[in-house]
Write a protein that binds this ligand. Structure first.
Ligand code: FAD
Length: 323
């Protein structure tokens, strides 16, 4: 009996959201008295999974299997799960988890709960919590099937890495018979230092209050000083002021950073749905009646074009003084 964690990689390195899922899987393994085994595709640093409690890593080195081709990934997961006798399969609820976990559930008949925010209560079944109604409520779900699948809400647990190291074994899976109809020609935007929004701990976001795309310099400057990822409200992406992958909210990316700074965003319910899991929310808006202030931990009533440059100056001085 073991727990299999499907750990996604970026540029060969295990992603932070997968470390979080692996840490979760290791805790589940300890609770059910089994081994924590991770599956990686073309990873170069699989041993890092040992820092969060994984015992063993099965690494597939086959360039024809990519996270962009979920049917092949499912085949690899099924083969690995069979080999290690996995009772529980854990994913991060990222793009790979979203594409692969439901397919795996349909193929195997194992019950799936997505966006999980708690460790399972195994005293009477396998009960996990998940966010529902855009984070306004929590549901407790008991997975009744013998085999179980969960995907973990990014940033719901954080990563507390130790100094362990996992053994890494080569694992081969034959996907030659799978014709998924997908050919990955090029992967763009896979490099750089910017943390993707779902994993970001610091996010600076702006909305229609900025008046036009030419005014985003001060937002990017703030993000640069803080080491934050930039985001935006939906209309801003719809009008083309910012790229769509920055749009957060009910119909965009859902985020749970430690700090969310919202500039010139009204705080409509659809926007809040994607950001209300943030630990600290700072709102800068010139309208004291803006609904966002009700959800804010800190609020600045003022013109963004005056407040943001002054804040940037203060952040810069603070950084210079404190290293
Ligand atoms: C089905 C559906 C799904 C949706 N999904 C999403 C979603 O996922 N994400 C999302 O964001 N929206 C979503 N929306 C849209 C949402 O309802 C709001 O229309 C949108 O969030 C408003 O964007 P905004 O706050 O940037 O713009 P506005 O509502 O126009 O607000 C601009 C704000 O900027 C302030 N402001 C203006 N000038 C300044 C200044 N100089 N300094 C400081 N503040 C200033 C104003 O006081 C105002 O509060 C959805 C809507 C629907 C119907």
């Amino acid at each position: 009996m073991s727990v299999l964690i499907v750990a996604d990689v970026k540029n060969g390195e295990v992603k932070k959201s997968s470390l979080e899922a692996a840490q979760y899987g290791a805790k589940v393994a300890a609770a059910i008295g089994g081994e924590a085994v991770a599956l990686t595709l073309n990873a170069t640093n699989g041993e890092v999974l040992g820092t969060v409690g994984v015992n063993k890593v099965l690494n597939v080195t086959d360039a024809s299997i990519s996270a962009s081709d979920p049917q092949k990934v499912v085949a690899a997961v099924v083969a690995a799960a069979n080999q290690v006798g996995a009772k529980v399969v854990v994913f991060a609820h990222d793009s790979t988890g979203k594409a692969v976990a439901p397919r795996l559930s349909a193929k195997s008949g194992a019950g799936l709960v997505t966006n999980v925010t708690s460790l399972p209560d195994t005293s009477n079944g396998f009960v996990v919590s998940k966010n529902v109604f855009s984070g306004k409520a929590h549901a407790q779900v008991n997975i009744l099937s013998d085999e179980k699948i969960v995907s973990i809400l990014p940033n719901a647990f954080g990563v507390q890495a130790g100094d362990g190291s996992a053994s890494v074994e080569a694992f081969s899976v034959d996907v030659s018979g799978i014709n998924s109809g997908i050919t990955v020609k090029e992967v763009k935007g896979g490099s750089g230092d910017v943390v993707p929004l779902p994993e970001a701990e610091l996010v600076v976001s702006a909305g229609r209050g900025l008046k036009g795309p030419e005014n985003w310099g001060m937002i990017e400057e703030m993000a640069g000083i803080l080491g934050a990822t930039t985001a935006c409200s939906r209309p801003v992406a719809d009008i083309g002021w910012r790229p769509h992958h920055e749009h957060v909210g009910q119909t965009g990316v859902a985020i749970r950073p430690n700090l969310y700074i919202a500039v010139g965003i009204s705080g409509a319910i659809q926007h809040l749905a994607g950001v209300n899991g943030s630990k600290v929310i700072v709102v800068i808006n010139k309208d004291p009646e803006a609904p966002f202030f009700k959800a804010a931990d800190y609020g600045v009533v003022g013109d963004a074009f005056e407040v943001v440059p002054r804040l940037n100056e203060a952040f810069r001085k603070f950084k210079a003084a404190n290293g």
